[in-house]
Design a protein around this ligand. Sequence first.
Ligand SMILES: Nc1ncnc2c1ncn2[C@@H]1O[C@H](COP(=O)(O)OP(=O)(O)O)[C@@H](O)[C@H]1O
Ligand SMILES: [Mg+2]
Length: 364
Amino acid sequence: MAGVFDPAAPPGATIGILGGGQLGRMLALAAARLGFDVAILTPEDDSPAARVAARTLVADYQDAGALTELARCCSVVTYEFENVPAPAVERLTALGARVAPGASALETAQDRVKEKSFFEANGMPTVAFTPVTTPGDIVRGLRRLGAPALLKTRREGYDGKGQVWVEAAEEAEAAFATISGVPAILEARADFRRELSVIAARGRDGAIAAYPLTENRHEGGVLRRSTAPADASDQTRAQALTIARKTLERLDYIGVLGIELFELPDGALLVNEFAPRVHNSGHWTLDACEVDQFEQHIRAIAGWPLGPAEPFAAVEMRNLLGEDAGRWQELAAEPDARLWLYGKREVEPGRKMGHVNRLKPLPR
Ligand SMILES: Nc1ncnc2c1ncn2[C@@H]1O[C@H](COP(=O)(O)OP(=O)(O)O)[C@@H](O)[C@H]1O
Ligand SMILES: [Mg+2]
């Protein structure tokens, strides 16, 4: 019968989320709206997600007792950041929990060399790169990739952290020391015209839904502003869709992911990286789509049908970093501005405190 499906998680079931940040909070809100309970596992006390979830286990991600309890109570477990320790996911799976997205997506996203190799192996163009374990690798890399080149830690980097530009061979030693001599990747500089991203989802039935391209402005490696839908050629949009589809299918992915792209002056795309989770550049969907990225992720992992990904408004999303959020009264009074605050108790410079979506009519 049309419309009837066999969910992995029906309303009333508990969904587990590893991580207690703002992405977990917005996932929990979306899940609650569909009748789920959410259980958060986070090492942090009083986290943004915990304060909207049905229950929270405050423990290390690898705490055996907490993982056992999560596996026991949850129909499906997901994560809100890509640096959750892989052994935690393995343990959950061994305990019989259903974890989505799966281990291979996580493993690929956690290591920049694996990630870029995955894209290359599947015919998706990236910047030229080389793995680095010694300053000598940087010197040789500069010869091949040209200068300047960007040195990034292979693992654990986010918001531009763990990255340093290398202008010349003489800087190799110092640059390597800056990232504490950990395994790294050296990347050729992408001479991009602008940065774009695509947020897409794949359901348990293999269905795919992609939101329109988003244009992103970063400052100091941190997202400041996204505008959607991005004005892009049919060809660029088609290439982005192909990249999203291939990534989802080759990783046998379930859930929402965010793919960061560099658009070259001729409109061709290079893939920068993907995040195996909902993505900051998809926050605009909260106020401009019938089914936003958070609900879409919950639908996908719960085995529900995906919802539509077409927007009914154009949006400019701005991150509220640090003291920006102090302007909440002004923002709350602004018509057509939708304010999202993450409930973080402490303001720190550059910390993501919230975001604001300003809606406009779609261009015709
Ligand atoms: N190879 C590159 N060439 C030019 N700019 C880059 C390159 N790699 C990253 N950047 C810039 O740095 C930002 C952060 O880098 P990214 O690889 O996305 O790391 P993170 O995991 O910290 O988001 C990008 O959004 C882009 O603005
Ligand atoms: Mg990035």
